[in-house]
Design a protein around this ligand. Structure first.
Ligand code: PGA
Length: 265
């Protein structure tokens, strides 16, 4: 089976943010691989397990990541441009060269702390997909938008913008969408399973309307305060194909428990 193009493949990806020195990242990756149940390590994975360390730790964890190991390796960001006079940037082919299988793009921390707007995010998504990377595109509304009841319109507008540079053939197994309500990230307050599932359903309906079956087949991940205690009920709510996990992914036991929930629910 080609696991990349599998419809609605399950994913659990740990976003390690600006944490862990190289040796710590390597140890955590090795611990995860050592403790992942064998049935999850099959090449026809029940669930694809990914990690996203800092740029400088990408090569340190490489022995544990594809193709050498079972984990999928993601960068946390990716430049919109391939190369050139762009001090401080890392382009998609450079990420591949460092071992990355994909990149997280449009995380709300990039949008809010580093001023990344929809146009830039759209360029990054296009550049990364063109270079052959998988992309986890993050969308999600701030608290005031949810309180005003405009969350669906907000998220669909983000999607419209982010995918605006893509051709229909880009909407394939390499594009993953993560719904991450900003108010749930790092707060300990996750979306309710019902609210998360409703938004995922809305996103899937939108993707289907715009891209047909390849839109309907995208993996939709939920992110924002996912923990061992809420992962199973979020999965069970429907239309959720896995998780993008921040804080809880820094602890091997917590992350493994979330992975197990994503595999079995
Ligand atoms: P969190 O972060 O799990 O710590 O809320 C999620 C994310 O930022 O992707």
């Amino acid at each position: 089976m080609n696991t990349f193009d599998e419809p609605r493949a399950r994913w659990v990806v740990g976003n390690w943010k600006q944490h862990l020195l190289r040796a710590q990242a390597e140890t955590l990756a090795g611990t995860l691989v050592g403790q992942l149940p064998d049935e999850l390590l099959d090449r026809d994975d029940t669930v694809h397990v990914g990690i996203a360390p800092t740029f400088v730790a990408l090569d340190a964890v490489r022995p544990w990541t594809r193709p050498a190991g079972p984990l999928w390796l993601f960068a946390q960001n990716c430049a919109a441009q391939e190369s050139g006079a762009f001090t401080g940037e890392v382009g998609p082919t450079m990420l591949k060269d460092a071992g990355a299988n994909g990149a997280i793009i449009g995380h709300s921390e990039r949008r809010s702390h580093f001023g990344e707007g929809d146009a830039l995010i759209a360029s990054k998504v296009r550049g990364a997909l063109d270079a052959g990377l998988r992309v986890i595109l993050c969308v999600g509304e701030p608290l005031e938008v949810r309180r005003a009841g405009n969350h669906e319109a907000h998220v669909l507008a983000q999607l419209t913008q982010a995918l605006s540079h893509l051709k229909p053939e880009h909407i394939n197994g390499r594009l993953i969408i993560a719904y991450e309500p900003v108010w749930a990230i790092g707060t300990g307050v996750a979306a309710t399973p019902g609210d998360a599932s409703t938004m995922h359903n809305r996103i899937r309906t939108w993707l289907t309307a715009h891209y047909g079956q390849s839109g309907a087949d995208r993996s939709l991940l939920y992110g924002g305060s996912v923990k061992p205690g809420n992962a199973a009920e979020l999965m069970a709510a429907g239309d959720i194909d896995g998780f993008l996990v921040g804080g809880a992914s820094l602890d091997a036991a917590s992350f493994l428990s979330i992975i197990q929930s994503a595999a079995t629910e």
